[in-house]
Design a protein around this ligand. Structure first.
Ligand code: URA
Length: 441
């Protein structure tokens, strides 16, 4: 079989076999298939699409391109959570501690932020001393003892995905359901969890802007997980505005801590309760959804979620004085109010523009080498549906550098979409996808 035959077959609309897909992924990872042929095949896949079988074969080939993590030394059913990416998404920080406080092991591999999206590891590193550089043995020990540990995603996990994703990024082939589903699921499957919950974002700030496409993507990923023997469920959630109020590393840690104490923003708290309840069900820690919701809520009311978070931070070298008194966490020198330039109801807060505004303040990385300022970012004062008069405060900008402030302000003010009529209420969670089908809320 030659790569030209494979490209022609897909270009002409025929399904590829398991062997052809494996030949492509292996050859591309080893360097025997050049970028130009891989790019041609990706574009053919983009236009001709892949069926479910091809997508499952592609996922398996990408998963097998690197190391498969073995979590069998961790007691209990390991459930992993993945979000398809969002702005202000500090879910792992709060959710991990809530679920672990119920006795369910959470063994998480996370990444750093790039561009307009933040990363869990950067956020955790706002806590002095905290390190994600654990050996696999210590990682497993911490999960067994504390029920929660987070490490950086190792370089040899699904290396084909890193190469293919970089190529897709520069060839206009990112937003294809089979390519996204195989990219996400190959990493999740290689990371070794027994069951997986996916938070598929929909709306302006998400890969999938259209709700129906988001359900299709979720179904595709659930089917892949199921076909590989891992119970997988997905919820579809709103990303027409950032999640919660805080965007920026230490600001998000503070918001996660407030949430663990039961004082978090309503949307973020509800998302944690919903995702957490699904995780307990997948781990067989509860028998009904209502029971599972109750258990997660109890972790906030009783203080066990916060205690678990402290033990987790201590277990990874972090100074818990910063958790006990969060005023000690990195703080910017200055704060200014971003004021509304006209009156109206907020119809949307463009998540990507907000992410880019936070990046302009220094909270994110423009490229892999850039350093970040853990103290800066913004805290929203208004959300979608709120009415604002001219001069009302839309958000508080936490900054250190005046030069960075002006470009951030310009982006952020444009992120708020104001209209004269009140917008229709939108749900936070649009539905649930399981192996049995789609349930719309
Ligand atoms: N996230 C991923 O990991 N891969 C994609 O293709 C899109 C989002």
């Amino acid at each position: 079989m030659t790569m030209v035959d494979i490209i022609l077959k897909k270009r002409n609309g025929y399904p590829l076999s398991k062997e052809e897909i494996a030949h492509f992924v292996e050859g591309y990872t080893k360097g025997s298939i050049p970028d130009y042929q891989a790019a041609a095949l990706l574009m053919a896949i983009y236009f001709q699409k892949m069926n479910k079988e091809e997508t499952a074969h592609l996922t398996e080939a990408i998963m097998k391109s690197g190391r498969l993590v073995d979590l069998s030394a961790i007691e209990g059913i390991k459930v992993d959570k993945h979000s398809t990416g969002g702005v202000g998404d500090k879910t792992t920080l709060a959710l991990g501690a809530m679920v672990a406080a119920c006795g369910v092991p959470v063994a998480k591999m996370s990444g750093r932020g790039l561009g307009h999206t933040g990363g869990t590891i950067d956020k955790l590193e706002s806590i002095p001393g905290f390190s994600v550089e654990l050996s696999i043995a210590d990682f497993i020990k911490n999960v067994n003892d504390i029920k929660l540990a987070v490490i950086g995603q190792s370089k040899d996990l699904a290396p084909a995905d890193k190469m293919l994703y970089a190529l897709r990024d520069v060839t206009g082939t990112v937003d294809n359901i089979s390519l996204i589903a195989s990219s996400v699921m190959s990493k999740k499957l290689a990371a070794g969890a027994d069951a997986i919950i996916l938070d598929v974002k929909t709306g302006d700030g998400a890969f999938m802007k259209d709700i129906e496409d988001s359900f299709l993507l979720a179904k595709e990923m659930v089917d892949i997980g199921t076909s590989m023997g891992r119970e997988t469920v997905a919820i579809i959630t709103d990303m027409d505005q950032p999640l919660g109020l805080a965007i920026g590393n230490s600001l998000e840690v503070k918001e996660a801590l407030q949430t663990l104490k039961g004082n978090g923003p309503e949307d973020f708290t509800e998302l944690c309760i919903n995702l957490g309840a699904h995780m307990l069900l997948l781990a067989k820690n509860a028998t009904t959804f209502e029971e599972a919701r109750g258990k997660i809520k109890d972790t906030m009311a009783s203080g066990t979620a916060l205690e678990t978070f402290k033990a987790f931070v201590k277990g990874q070298g972090g100074n818990i004085a910063y958790i006990e008194n969060m005023e000690l966490l990195p703080k910017s020198d200055k704060v200014m109010a971003l004021l509304a330039e006209k009156e109206g109801y907020i119809h949307g807060i463009e998540a990507e523009a907000v992410g880019l505004g936070a990046l302009a303040l220094g909270a994110g990385r423009e490229n892999k080498e850039s350093s970040i300022d853990l103290s800066v970012g913004l805290v929203l004062n208004k959300k979608v549906g709120d009415y604002v008069a001219e001069g009302d405060t839309l958000a508080y900008l936490h900054y250190n550098d005046e030069n960075r402030l002006s470009s951030a302000k310009e982006r952020l003010i444009k992120a708020f979409k104001l209209q004269s009529e009140k917008p229709k209420e939108r749900p936070l969670i649009y539905g649930l996808v399981t192996k049995n089908g789609i349930e719309r809320y």
